[in-house]
Design a protein around this ligand. Sequence first.
Ligand code: ADP
Ligand code: ASP
Ligand code: MG
Length: 440
Amino acid sequence: MKVLKFGGTSVGSAERIREVAQLITDGEPKIVVLSAMSGTTNTLVQIADCLYRNEKLEALDIIQNLEVNYYITVTELFETDAYIHKGKEFVQTIFTYLRSFINKDFYPLQEKAVLAQGEILSTTLMHYYLEECGKANTLLSALDYMRIDKDCEPDYFYIEQNLRRELAKPEIQPLVITQGFICRNAYGEIDNLKRGGSDYSAALIGAALHVEEIQIWTDIDGVHNNDPRVVAGTKAIRCLSFDEAAELAYFGAKILHPSSVQPAKKANIPVRLKNTLCPQDEGTLITKDSPAQNIKAVAAKDGITAIKIKSTNMLLAYGFLRKVFEVFEAWKTPIDMIATSEVAVSLTIDSTEYLDNILHDLQKYGTVEIDRDMAIVCIVGDFSANKEGLGALILEALAEVPIRMISYGGSEHNISLLVREADKKKAMTDLSRKLLDLQP
Ligand code: ADP
Ligand code: ASP
Ligand code: MG
């Protein structure tokens, strides 16, 4: 059994839905995880933003335009009047539900319910289309098995138990269609796995069922050795280890949700990235062991804030770092990078939700400086301790880019550098040109 996840572009039009339907109906049993059609979740976010601001007319306008697009998709997708009618009726139910929020108070709970409609729409349309083509399949609601706990972490036990129970029902067909992204929280309310979370859904399902492979089908031929949105001439990497892929995903390679590698790594299930637009392409295979390579890939993450805490008492003091880390723990804010000297520590955070509280608490321990709008550039390769010269090559490649922090040695396969967001493109391009043998 395999799990196949198709992203927004892969199901972004009637034509694409038909192509995916063809790919998944080869007679092999599988679980197919779908994202919302491309653009839908962004539009639902806009609707939610309007509802928060109580801009009713604008919300109605956006709902109306999206609804019209879905009616067009339905007309293009189905052949028979019966299914066009069935599809339109379903679309109408969803949009009536969205309109029902117009005259209510709007809270994060309602926002989650609004955002969930994209995946509910795409999976139901696929389910109906397969039915119309005479292909037996089951539409399984992710809300019946996917769950996060009070810390917003996947509830592995619940997911496995409930997924297995649902799949053991006698009416279940070998081809199962389900939603990515959406789940319930510890209180049973509709929630989600954060933007881009369908990859994570697929990995969690794959790990829960110990499948032979998790496939992520998207609009590019695998993980590239640099961000194709930023640098020209990037190339697909054929093999990556779980750790390398996790570093790239965490540090900005949008092709994979940052958490999606962990469940696969834990259960040791290969992850294959494939291109829906070119299914014969080999793609990228992520496994436990992958041949090491000096420098394999570069990724970058924007919106980073650097914090420097300078302590006059740090000289030969112990316990200082513990106190600093406790502040971040208390405010549930993960630290990405860290660099220390005898009198100061610099670290970076991605989420600034509690920045004011953190700064207030840190001031007890010394003077605090912050730099906003920074970017972490992450270089993935084989940086084992016995290697020589790689650090020098990287710094030489970045000779024209001011570097605020460096983290080397935390992991054998990652070197991270902190640069200004404005210098990110140059840093990534120079690394590509000088180290990855690309044309800029
Ligand atoms: P999906 O909708 O299928 O989930 P995403 O848009 O989330 O697709 O991810 C695919 C996109 O990720 C690609 O189109 C590409 O622009 C972007 N991307 C960023 N970094 C990388 C990388 N290192 N390798 C491949 N794609 C990347
Ligand atoms: N539809 C969701 C999003 O756009 C989840 C996903 O596509 O993975 O973020
Ligand atoms: Mg994605």
